[in-house]
Ligand binder design. Structure first.
Ligand SMILES: [Ca+2]
Ligand SMILES: [Ca+2]
Ligand SMILES: [Ca+2]
Length: 115
């Protein structure tokens, strides 16, 4: 699987919860995200996890992510590329657009599943 930044951010977030390192977590975390346990990550499963990740990162629960909130997960370049309107906040729409683009980029054969 090609790991794009938001996906890694989500996995990193999950690893923070379980105390594992990024290198160790891929299999375990994929299992956690793979709700129906078919060994593939569907877009629905990915969306459910990305929703969870957003809520976890949004410390002040205001529906947007500031640089302070994403600092552990995104570097400044990643932040700026996700913040499409340049207001220094990642809105839910900007986040969803980036996560969706990441999923599509990772889904190289275009079958709607990551494996
Ligand atoms: Ca699945
Ligand atoms: Ca926030
Ligand atoms: Ca923005």
């Amino acid at each position: 699987m090609k790991h794009t930044f938001a996906f890694i951010a989500a996995l990193t977030l999950a690893s923070a919860a379980t105390g594992e390192t990024v290198a160790e977590l891929h299999e375990a975390e994929l299992k956690a995200i793979d709700a129906n346990n078919d060994g593939f990550l569907s877009k629905d499963e990915f969306n459910a996890f990305s929703d969870y990740a957003f809520q976890e990162m949004d410390d002040d629960k205001n529906g947007t992510l500031g640089q302070d909130e994403t600092k552990p997960f995104l570097d400044i370049k990643q932040f700026q590329s996700t913040d499409r309107n340049g207001d220094s906040l990642i809105s839910r729409a900007e986040y969803d657009a980036q996560m969706s683009a990441d999923f599509d980029a990772a889904d190289q054969d275009g079958n709607g599943q990551l494996d």
